[in-house]
Design a protein around this ligand. Structure first.
Ligand SMILES: [Zn+2]
Length: 258
């Protein structure tokens, strides 16, 4: 039986939030005993922060990767620039995500194009395969879900699951513990949820915790993040997303050969 794992991630990594990302990386490294977290890189955040020509940022990315962080592609612009067909999709895009659900309204072809562009860019910089793809705000439309299988990412996740796009196999279930800094109401609800979840979810085999650059601007969120890691690391070990693939392959081998 494998040990219980805590998978941590830093969202929205890019030149736009470089200082906040450094602060989060230091904080998480302190809890996890090193850079044992995933970094979700946005290739051109809001069309304002292209990493393509930013050599300083390339060096940082290579250093993070070399130190053991798992590097994921996290959309391209992050921002939802599409026009949504249908009232419900439009409402969902605007109100649930503050317009950050880039992959909610893309068709399969455009989703595939951005996924491949992001992967190629990041792999050229770090000189290694990316760990997978995570859509901004964890939101995937039908086009994005179809494109994931086309492109061949080994891992993807949304708010409730981690899965392998090649087979569709679900590798972990359960809500991500995360925080929102966008408004007072969201700060309050994310503090309440994380306080509950760090105890309620502690029995799960795999638990995911995600932090965002905006979290560093709110002291109460940082305190909550610290408490969450302290609690969960009593029952779980700092793991890697790639461990989920390793577990899957080990189980397959045991089924075939056991
Ligand atoms: Zn994001």
């Amino acid at each position: 039986m494998s040990e219980k794992r805590l998978l941590a991630s830093i969202h929205d990594v890019g030149p736009l939030h470089a200082d906040a990302v450094d602060r989060l990386a230091d904080r998480l490294s302190h809890h996890l005993g090193g850079p044992r977290f995933a970094m979700l890189v946005v290739p051109d955040h809001w069309g304002q922060a292209p990493i393509a020509e930013d050599k300083t940022f390339h060096r940082r990315m290579r250093a993070w990767h070399a130190s053991g962080a798992e590097i994921f592609v996290h959309g391209w612009y992050h921002q939802d620039r599409s026009h949504h067909a249908g009232a419900i999709a439009a409402i969902k895009a605007r109100h649930m995500t503050a317009g950050e659900g880039e992959f909610l309204g893309l068709d399969r072809e455009e989703a595939r194009r951005r996924m491949i562009a992001g992967r190629t860019l990041i792999e050229d910089i770090i000189g290694a395969p990316v760990a997978g793809f995570v859509a901004p705000a964890w939101l995937y439309g039908p086009g994005a879900r179809a494109a994931l299988a086309d492109v061949g990412f080994v891992l993807a996740e949304d708010h409730m699951r981690v899965w392998a796009p090649d087979s569709g196999a679900v590798l972990a279930r359960g809500p991500v513990i995360t925080w929102a800094s966008r408004s007072r109401a969201r700060i309050a609800s994310s503090l309440a949820f994380s306080a509950l979840a760090r105890h309620a979810l502690a029995g799960m085999g795999v638990i995911r915790v995600a932090v965002h650059p905006g979290d560093v601007t709110v002291p109460s969120l940082l305190t909550s993040i610290d408490r969450t890691f302290e609690r969960l690391l009593q029952s779980h070990q700092a793991g890697r997303y790639a461990d989920l693939l390793f577990d899957r392959d080990r189980k397959k081998y045991a089924t075939h050969c056991g």
